[in-house]
Design a protein around this ligand. Structure first.
Ligand SMILES: [Zn+2]
Length: 319
């Protein structure tokens, strides 16, 4: 028993040394030898035992070491430049889909893009994760661009086109926001079928998230303060790796006035009208808030003219 244990430990050390200097294949001889000693141990590619995850991790760690060495070989100061500061110009809000990696498809390296990814590239105001990321990106890092990027064939969007029972689990709850976008655009979506319908909702979902970003307090405050910040709506094609621009660069609320005149893309006009309606409501609130409390019922919120004054003070009937 002791001899077997000693031999096993020795083989592990030898295998580890060999593995560290080679790619994943370096694990295989060690795996075969260990399997000969203990049938329950790893037996290589067909391994189903507990050491398979460890082998996978070692492969990833070896790949990481090679990557780090390559960066230093190209630029000896690569990591020392990044260690104390980050000054990305771009904030990316994209889908968690493994085929849509922000840095790679933008051709940007570490330190150049601040990234938020979630299922379906959502940017709802109630999501603390995305809003915290936006707040840090805009107010601290001072990014100059926010990209909202969807991708054709998105599984989250496909799920939103089916009955809730077809998408079990928490994802079903998460994609409810996409279902709401679906319902708002049911007329144009029902003219399409299959992949065209999915991809249309992908674009509309991007538009909705652009709307959410533009109407967020973070972006509004940045624009009010004169901070240069552009919001972009893009969609990515898995088939050829190309990004398509869905919106012009949006750099202020005034941009939406011009977009409302365009109708090249249903979603753009829809976005523009949504924003204009949103801010006409906001302007009305501000206008009424600047009036005397008596004129607006003292609440600072909009009330219809015929319910102002004494009418607004009437007691509310019991339910
Ligand atoms: Zn997706």
């Amino acid at each position: 028993m002791q001899l077997a244990s000693l031999l096993r430990r020795t083989l592990l050390k030898l295998g580890q040394r060999r593995f560290e200097g080679t790619a994943t294949h370096g694990f295989e001889p060690r795996a075969s030898l260990l399997a000969a000693i203990d049938p329950n141990m790893c037996n290589g590619d067909a391994c189903t035992s507990r050491c398979a995850p460890e082998a996978s991790l070692q492969g990833i760690l070896a790949s990481n070491r090679r990557w780090a060495e390559q960066q230093v070989a190209r630029s000896p100061q690569f990591f020392s430049k990044l260690v104390d500061t980050q000054t990305p110009e771009w904030l990316w809000i994209g889908c968690s889909d493994s085929r849509v990696p922000a840095n790679e498809l933008l051709g940007l390296g570490p330190g150049e893009v601040f990234v938020q990814r979630n299922v379906g590239n959502l940017a709802t105001h109630k999501d603390m994760n995305v809003m915290s990321c936006m707040e840090y990106g805009v107010t601290i890092l001072k990014v100059k661009h926010i990209i909202v990027c969807g991708h054709y064939g998105c599984g989250a969007v496909q799920g939103a086109l089916t009955l809730p029972c077809k998408t079990p689990g928490l994802v079903n709850l998460w994609i409810q926001d996409i279902r709401e976008t679906r319902d708002k655009n049911i007329e144009s979506l029902c003219k399409l079928k299959g992949v065209d319908q999915v991809n249309k909702l992908v674009e509309l979902n991007v538009m909705q998230q652009v709307f959410n970003v533009c109407t967020s307090p973070i972006v509004q405050q940045a624009w009010d303060a004169g901070q240069p910040l552009a919001v972009h709506g893009l969609v990515y094609a898995l088939t050829d790796g190309i990004l398509k621009q869905l919106t012009p660069a949006i750099t202020s609320l005034g941009d939406f006035e011009g977009f409302s005149q365009q109708n090249e893309l249903d979603g753009l006009k829809h976005l523009s009208l949504s924003v204009l309606a949103h801010f006409s409501f906001e302007r009305e609130v501000l206008k009424r808030a600047s009036m005397s409390p008596e004129a607006v019922g003292g609440a600072g919120m909009p009330v219809s003219p015929d319910t102002s004054g004494s009418a607004a003070a009437e007691p509310v009937p019991a339910p």
